[in-house]
Structures are given as C-alpha cells and as structure tokens.
Write a protein that binds this ligand. Structure first.
Ligand SMILES: Nc1ncnc2c1ncn2[C@@H]1O[C@H](COP(=O)(O)OP(=O)(O)OP(=O)(O)O)[C@@H](O)[C@H]1O
Length: 375
C-alpha cells in the first residue's frame, strides 16, 4: 500500500467503510457469500452492551472473529449471521444512518427496547454504539422471513408450510405484537414504523416474530422518510406526515400480501412492474375474490376457512383506507382480526371440510361478510 493510501486508510476494511461498502473478508466459499466478521474493522472503539439477562455474552472481538454469512443488504446496511465456534448464531445488523439522537438518548431508547417482551417480538439482545455506525444484535431465526417463504419459494414447501391455519396464525401473532408495541411505546409517533414481510420472521412452529420495530426515533430523518414503510402510507403522501395509523395501513398491506401472495408496490424495486394491491383487489368483482384474489396455494380448505379468508380480506382493505381520519385505530383493527374465527370452532388442518362444505362456504362472499362492520 502506498504511503498516501495508508495515510488515508489504516486498513482495507476502513477503506471499504469509508466508501460505504459492506466490509467483510471473503473466505473463498463457492457462493462467495461466506464472510469473516474479522474484517469488519473500523468499529473497534466503543462497547457491546447486552440488554438481556441470562444470555451468553461476547465481546466485539469475538464477533469480529466469528464466521459470518451475509443474509442481505437492506436499505439501512448489511445484515450478517455470525456463528461462534460451539455457540449459537446471532444476527448482526449494521446501521449507518442512525444518528438522529445523541448517544444518551440512543442508549436510553435501546434500553427501552431491551425491556420489551412479547412472544411475537424478536428480542433485541445487544447493541454496539459508535458515532458513525451502530450494530443491533438479535437471535438468528432459522426459518428466516415470511417474505422469503411467500415469494422466494414457489415449490411444494410453500404450499405445505404456508397453509391457511398458518397464515391466520401469522396475521394474529403480528396483530398481537403490534398491539403490545402500541401499549408499551405510547410516546412514539409510529410504534413499529417498518412493518413488512421481510421483518416478519418465523420460528420453528411458524409463529411470527417481528423485528426492526421502533427504530424511527433513532434513524436519520431523511433516511427514514426515504425507506421506512410507514412513510409510504397515503397520509405521508397527502399531508406530509405519518401517524399512529400508518402502522395500521402497513398491517393492512401485509395482510393483503399474506392472502394473495403478491408483493405490495412499496416493496418492489423501482422500474419493476407491479400492481398496487388495494387497487387490484378492488378492481376484481367481489364474487371473484375467492377464486381470483386469494392465493390458491393456501389450500387445505377447512369448514369455515374461505369465509374467514374473505373476512380478513375485508379487514385488510379497511386497514388500507386512504383517509387516515376514517381508518381504524390499531386497537380496533386488532380486535377485528382476533374475532375473525370467533364461533368457527376447529380451524386445524385436520378438520378438513368435505367437498360439499367447501362449495357451500363459497356461497357469496357478501353473505360471509355481512357480520363485519367496515368503517
Ligand atoms: N434475526 C434474523 N434471523 C434470520 N433472518 C433475518 C433476521 N433478521 C433479518 N433477517 C433476514 O435477513 C435479510 C436482510 O435483512 P435486512 O433487515 O437487512 O433487510 P430487509 O428486511 O430486506 O430490508 P430493510 O433494510 O428495509 O429492513 C432479510 O431477508 C431478513 O428477513
């Protein structure tokens, strides 16, 4: 390295950091996706702060020495899976645009997030603070994300894993975690802020675990405005600001995605053709919803399944109401979702309906929906 270069960068890794590129040392795996965290240098000041009792602790140096796999590069930085020799895997997410607050406020917010505890929230295990960059550490969730299962695997696995009871369980779990966030973080303008299918992870029993929640208060505002899902809500476009109801809109979009297996517009790459899910559903005649809108791969029709799917579709559309004033509060949306199966009895895949029962459950979506009030 020339002296000019060595003056500018003390190492290859710092050069990468400065250029805003993901920093890693490739170890020559066939896919090129295995990387050593060892090279993630330039982050060796500061300390790793753990937020959970009873969890195995490690230092930043251990993390840097672990073997790491890049899970993806999202809008905020790179996300790695780091595996310790004889230890568990953790996920380390690197954020560069997280300087909205000073260190004290940042740490206070992290402690607040560290105290959250809900079966459908992925706990924040630890964080690392450096002015230029923050690391957030969570457990690795082997089933990865709902986005991957819905859109990344069109094979037989998707049919068997994401059947209707599982999708309903995911919707209910997400709703319950959101309700918890709203209760615990009433001081936040938008308590989740980035609800999308890649931030819904699935545990071994396919229970949903929300991640990337409550980060708006610490994200640089311009970056949040450009990339966070809450900022894509109609009110942000109409009146230039988000509100507590922005998460309700995101929830509606997520439910539409779950029911149709189509990717919402805010999640598609620029230039890639896509349909706005709300407009698309509304463009299909109601009598056709069961056959044209609902993902046929949900399969396993139980006695009441189709009626429940259509109820949930109506609820999702109500959550996506353009006018935020008229849109439900989160509490109301969650109640409607939890009521979806009320009085329907067993919804397990074993309670499969006979052909006749399935046919009769198709008898006019409006009949099935008459019991829910929208708006
Ligand atoms: N704890 C985790 N366990 C397993 N997979 C995870 C975990 N956290 C994130 N992922 C997956 O890693 C990939 C990259 O995540 P990342 O958060 O960087 O990007 P994203 O969710 O696609 O976009 P965004 O940056 O907007 O959140 C995604 O597929 C995500 O679902």
């Amino acid at each position: 390295m020339s002296s000019r270069n060595s003056k500018k960068y003390t190492s290859f890794r710092e050069e990468k950091l400065e250029k805003g590129e993901p920093v890693m040392r490739y170890e020559g795996s066939a896919s090129g996706r295995k990387a050593g965290m060892a090279a993630a240098g330039g982050i060796d000041q500061g300390r790793m702060v753990f937020l959970r009792e009873g969890r195995e602790r490690f230092e930043l140096q251990d993390l840097l020495k672990s073997s790491a796999e890049v899970l993806g590069t999202g809008n905020f930085g790179c996300t790695y899976r780091a595996t310790f020799p004889n230890g568990p895997s953790v996920v380390v997410k690197r954020f560069r645009d997280m300087n909205r607050s000073g260190r004290e406020d940042f740490e206070e917010h992290m402690r607040r997030l560290g105290r959250l505890s809900h079966p459908n929230l992925l706990p924040l295990l630890a964080y690392y603070y450096r002015k230029e960059e923050k690391l957030l550490v969570h457990d690795y969730v082997p089933n990865r994300s709902l986005a991957l299962l819905l859109h990344g695997n069109r094979g037989p696995n998707r049919t068997t894993m994401l059947d209707w009871p599982v999708r309903l369980k995911i919707v209910k779990g997400v709703a319950s975690a959101l309700a918890y966030l709203y209760e615990e973080l009433p001081m936040l303008g938008v308590p989740h802020g980035h609800l999308r299918s890649s931030n819904v992870l699935l545990d071994d029993s396919l229970e949903p675990l929300l991640t990337d929640y409550a980060l708006i208060p610490v994200m640089n505002q311009s970056h949040a405005a450009k990339f966070m899902v809450a900022y894509k809500s109609p009110e942000r476009k109409q009146i230039g600001r988000t509100s507590k109801k922005s998460d309700v809109w995101s929830l509606g979009m997520l439910i539409l995605e779950i029911l149709t297996s189509k990717i919402p517009m805010h999640d598609t790459q620029q230039g890639k053709e896509s349909a706005d899910l709300v407009n698309w559903v509304n463009s299909v005649a109601r009598e056709e919803w069961a056959t044209q809108v609902l993902d046929g791969m949900m399969g396993g029709r139980t006695k009441n399944a189709e009626g429940q799917m259509l109820k949930l579709l109506q609820i999702a559309l109500a959550c996506c109401e353009e006018n935020a004033e008229k849109r439900w509060e989160l509490k109301e949306a969650v109640e409607k979702i939890q009521e979806t199966t009320q009085g329907d009895g067993d919804n397990s895949p074993t309670a499969t309906a006979s052909e006749e029962e399935v046919d009769s459950s198709k008898a006019g979506p409006e009949d099935d929906l008459s019991s829910i009030e929208i708006n």
